[in-house]
Design a protein around this ligand. Structure first.
Ligand code: HEC
Length: 143
């Protein structure tokens, strides 16, 4: 019985995360300093990858596009260093959006490896950026 209750509580946290009301229209996710630092560093990595990808497209260097994309693909989610507490604190929708971004970067890498068409890759990058925007409009972090 205790196990069932604990599991159910865990499941609710897994879906809702630890969120609170905020001063603006976004949902505030409550993270400690280490968790916040981890996610924000990952965010800055995404921005760096986009810089390398756009530069690669402008120079028709598909190898560079592929490498930069792959670096922030699904492989990046299995670093093993991420605080385990994040899994329960981030709402399911947040995790889903985040995973779709990593998956899309793997698709971008595949596109760069195979079709090698810069304008198609740029279009797909625009779609990824739309997901960044959607999430930034919906969530923020608080202590
Ligand atoms: C699943 C949600 C989500 C997705 C997807 C997402 N972000 Fe973020 N990002 C956030 C949140 C939340 C913050 C913190 C905002 C705040 O607290 O005001 C943030 C912050 C950032 C920051 C600031 C980092 C810092 O050091 O303060 C950058 C840069 C960033 N994101 C880039 C990106 C880029 C580029 C993408 C897409 C490739 C992206 N993010 C996708 C949720 C997301």
């Amino acid at each position: 019985m205790v196990i069932i209750v604990v599991t159910a509580t865990g499941a609710i946290f897994f879906i809702k995360g630890t969120t609170t009301a905020s001063s603006d229209e976004r949902t505030a996710i409550v993270l400690n300093a280490a968790e916040r630092a981890y996610v924000l560093k990952e965010m800055r990595g995404l921005l760096e990858a986009i810089e390398a990808i756009t530069l690669g497209i402008s120079q028709d260097d598909m190898k560079a596009v592929s490498l930069a994309s792959r670096e922030v693909g699904m492989g990046a989610t299995r670093s093993g260093n991420e605080p385990m507490t994040l899994i329960v604190k981030l709402p399911l929708e947040f995790k889903t959006l985040g995973m779709s971004v990593h998956r899309s970067f793997d698709e971008l890498a595949l596109e760069a490896d195979t079709m090698r068409d810069g304008s198609i890759i740029l279009g797909k990058l625009g779609a990824i950026l739309n997901t960044c925007i959607t999430c930034h409009a919906s969530y923020k972090f608080v202590d």
